[in-house]
Design a protein around this ligand. Sequence first.
Ligand code: 2HA
Ligand code: ZN
Length: 272
Amino acid sequence: MRKNILKAPFVKEMCMTTANMYRIGWDERNGGNVSYLLDEKEVSKYLNLNKVIRRIPTGFEAKELIGKIFIVTGRGKYFKNVEYSPETNLGIVRIANDGTTAELLWGFEGGGVFTSEFPAHMMSHIARLKVDPENRVVIHTHPTHTLAMNFIHDLDEKKFTHTLWEMCTECIAVFPEGVGVLPWMLCGTNSIGEATANKMKDFRVVVWGMHGVYGAGKDLDETFGLIETVEKAAQIYVLTCNRPRINTIKDEQMQELAEYFKVNYRKDFLNL
Ligand code: 2HA
Ligand code: ZN
């Protein structure tokens, strides 16, 4: 007897995460998308893995991901609705042996397909798995203050990271590698996917200039928490940027923090 997939922890977690992100205002309309690499054994408790519902071409080759199974949000779907109808707003897909097709194993009921940002997600998974074999999650979202900051702050990686690190004491410990920044680019394309994956070699957070962010991590909680920390720092920046700065966290103090927490930080992003 197979277990009920709607009760699977990974489906519940996807529902909880998307609902949370919708309620904090990051994912208006169909904004944002999530992909989560699943354990085959775990999925087989819920689904017959030999039963492919549909085959969906991906439009790119992902040889490194052949046989891997992901739960992913659907194209044009609203985060607001995921918890009420996971089977239409989410899908479980496996990358087929050709590396260019996704086999639908569950979900996307009513003819849906995976997010338009599937290339950026899969390419980011490939890049992160090379750096960290434990990486399982990629989240794309439109966090309000991080986005606001994009319009009033230099988009240089060092300057952008430095400002974020300055805004909350724990930032340098949470994202010691800093944040990668891409200029404005057309979204939904293989090119933005390749550019994102290239940044993901060095960063777990990549800002898409004037669009949103990508975050990667080992589970949904950690990845959400990472983006949340960037967003909190951006919020403090936006709240304080047009007032005289009387106090600041100094570069020496950031260095002290990084050394205390024993993190491998981007020393060249500090001005010491
Ligand atoms: O899928 O956020 O970047 C909706 C988006 C596209
Ligand atoms: Zn987006």
